[in-house]
Design a protein. Structure first.
Length: 172
């Protein structure tokens, strides 16, 4: 085999390998009408637990109260770092707003969207104001009370995570 043919075959193989190694799959967030949520700039950064407060008469087990030692907020993501032995959100979550036309979804489509959102670690944020938002974990489209749901807001140099069961403060 001459040198030109060998180089041509080698170049073709390398090109094919390189082409296959590039991942061009896009997330089909638009499939359910989801839109990326942009966090307020004041919230972005790494926050460490400072103080905890339990609401009276919650009846919730201690392993789900005050679960986070650190929360890192990015432009479209949140990373939760749990304390040892605690239950709660863990790892990186992407914030996707729920679609406005969700009332028109069939039960089958709602269930499929919930399953997809759970598998891909989506949180559903709702605006409070320019310094905070609420989010839902268990259900991306439906809403009910849970220790994983909550509100994040910034007051001065303090991040507050609260829900009906607890109120924790974090510092940068």
């Amino acid at each position: 085999m001459n040198k030109k043919r060998f180089n041509l075959i080698l170049l073709t193989i390398v090109s094919i390998f390189f082409g296959l190694s590039i991942n061009t799959n896009k997330v089909s967030a638009a499939k359910y009408g989801a839109r990326l949520y942009t966090t307020p700039k004041a919230m972005r950064g790494t926050w460490h637990l400072k103080n905890t407060k339990t609401m009276p008469n919650t009846g919730v087990k201690s392993d789900v109260l005050h679960p986070y030692s650190k929360i890192k907020i990015g432009t479209h993501t949140i990373i939760f770092t749990k304390k040892r032995g605690k239950r709660g959100l863990s790892g990186k979550y992407t914030l996707y707003k729920t679609p406005k036309n969700v009332a028109k979804f069939s039960i089958k489509k709602i269930n499929a969207a919930e399953k997809y959102a759970s598998k891909h670690k989506w949180l559903a944020p709702d605006n409070i104001n320019s310094r905070g938002f609420e989010f839902r974990k268990e259900t991306w489209l439906r809403s009910y009370s849970s220790t994983s749901n909550g509100a994040l807001s910034v007051k001065g140099r303090t991040l507050i995570f609260e829900n009906i069961f607890m109120k924790d403060t974090f510092r940068k």
